[in-house]
Design a protein around this ligand. Structure first.
Ligand code: DGL
Length: 289
């Protein structure tokens, strides 16, 4: 979350929350948001035409983030969730500058908070995209909370391609997981960090395959739930919860509208694995940036 944002009295609380990712990975965050804030409406944009972000330079990803955000802002949103670690690492200052009235929540701070709470000895392994690892965004965020932490990071970009393909288990996924994880575990005493951070919103769907290559007792952490908590807290702080939208209120369930920059059919087919509920191509609007 960006620091020192001011109350946003002028934004109507009835507007939806905007969420974006490079593809379907951010649907893992949307799923947690829908659980935490069931009455809120959401707009979700997957920039599938330009995925992956994780192999691109920070400047390019920051530019893409501005373009995806513009589509959401033009529709009207009261808060923006950058449901992509790669984009969260490089785009928050530019987004806040471009849209000073719209609160922006990224996924890295919440992910760092989750692992800082769950690592008794402060031994934290992180897998993320190449771009996120290069920028050391997780180290910076974790060390702010746990200055004594021992952190090792590894790029695991192939997991993005596997997840976008809908390959969440099987020998290919396990071979890739083994290759990424064995050297990462070896960086910790007795090959055992306290936890492994899934520092990319595409990775939670591969959790079961990943777990097979972790020593017993190593916990898996992703930022979906803590991001949803941050969003709920930020909306409450600004008086922007949808009327009847606070947890526990019993009004009708919120609506989600989906946008993609490429093939709605493919987005629907793979997206339902991430969202955990059926999606039809008819639910997805194709947009051009
Ligand atoms: N899901 C995105 C993330 O959290 C990026 C995947 C990609 O486009 O490389 O980093």
């Amino acid at each position: 979350m960006t620091a020192d944002q001011k109350p946003t009295a002028s934004l109507p609380a009835s507007l939806p929350i905007g969420v974006f990712d490079s593809g379907v990975g951010g649907l893992t965050v949307l799923r947690a948001l829908k659980m935490a804030l069931p009455r809120e409406d959401f707009l979700y944009l997957g920039d599938t035409a330009r995925l992956p972000y994780g192999t691109k330079s920070g400047a390019t990803v920051a530019r893409y983030a501005l373009q995806t955000t513009k589509v959401l802002v033009d529709q009207g949103v009261k808060l923006l969730v950058v449901a992509c670690n790669t984009a969260s690492a490089v785009s928050l200052p530019g987004l806040t500058q471009a849209y000073p009235n719209i609160p922006v929540v990224g996924v890295i701070e919440p992910g760092a908070r989750a692992c800082a709470q769950k690592a008794p000895h402060g031994r934290i392994a992180v897998i993320a995209t190449g771009s996120t690892v290069r920028g050391a965004a997780y180290q910076t965020a974790i060390l702010r909370l746990r200055p004594e932490a021992t952190i090792a990071t590894r790029p695991a970009q192939l997991f993005v391609a596997l997840a976008e393909e809908g390959w969440t288990d099987g020998p290919e996924v396990e071979a890739v997981a083994k290759r990424y994880l064995a050297p990462l575990m070896a960086e910790f005493p007795e090959n055992r960090p306290d936890c492994l951070v899934l520092g990319c919103t595409h990775f939670p769907v591969l959790a079961e395959a990943i777990r097979k290559f972790l020593p017993e007792g190593v916990c898996l952490v992703d930022s979906a739930e803590t991001t949803a908590e941050s969003v709920a807290a930020e909306l409450a702080r600004r008086g922007l919860l949808k009327p009847g939208g606070a947890p526990g209120d019993s009004q009708t369930e919120g609506r989600v509208r989906f946008f993609a920059t490429d093939d709605p059919e493919r987005f629907a087919k793979v997206g339902e694995i991430f969202l955990g509920q059926p999606l039809s191509p008819a639910d997805i609007t194709l947009v051009d940036l």
